[in-house]
Design a protein around this ligand. Sequence first.
Ligand code: E4P
Length: 219
Amino acid sequence: MKFFIDTANLAEIQEAYDLGVLDGVTTNPSLMAKEGITGDDNVRAHYKAICDIVDDKVSAEVISTDFEGMIREGESLAAIDDKIVVKIPMIKDGIKAIKYFSQKGIRTNCTLVFSAGQAILAAKAGATYLSPFIGRLDDISFDGLELIQQIVHIYNVYGFETEVLAASVRHTMHLIKCAEIGADVVTCPLNVITGLLKHPLTDSGLEKFLADHAKASGK
Ligand code: E4P
């Protein structure tokens, strides 16, 4: 299972990378805006800075919603660095753009996916990654994890190569359940990755080990 971090914050990306378990980064226009990154040159420089931290797979989302615009923007984003994956929304022109990029050997991440039907379309178009949004489905009382399970099953049945990238992951149980189900990738905030470290028995066990060691050493 691959871990991507879902942020445009350089310090958080560096911290996750330094932990040694990071496989990639996903961003979206809201995450870029949260960091105050606006204007074409600043956006490009920021993506380059992210690429300079991580080894590969940096999703950069297009803003255009028409085919020509997505192609123009996607090609320009892909030219920033070989690590860029062009993130395209699940809309009609987006599917056409994914097909275009897959034929050109440019990797894509199909975003804003909320149904199995959308997942089938994106896989047939040749998306490299598919991003179903678990948390946003849970927010409206649909089971996000059930959707991941359904898509993983369908992709296995047909041997689709598109990787299931569970997105909108809000907590550690989302991540662990995605691992059980067989999602290829999860993307989540830094606190979800570091949250995996935590167990009270680890903390109390370590405290006791150190105390016993100190007592035995006469400290
Ligand atoms: C995925 O690529 C999106 O950036 C992200 O996971 C959305 O998460 P949110 O629903 O917490 O905004």
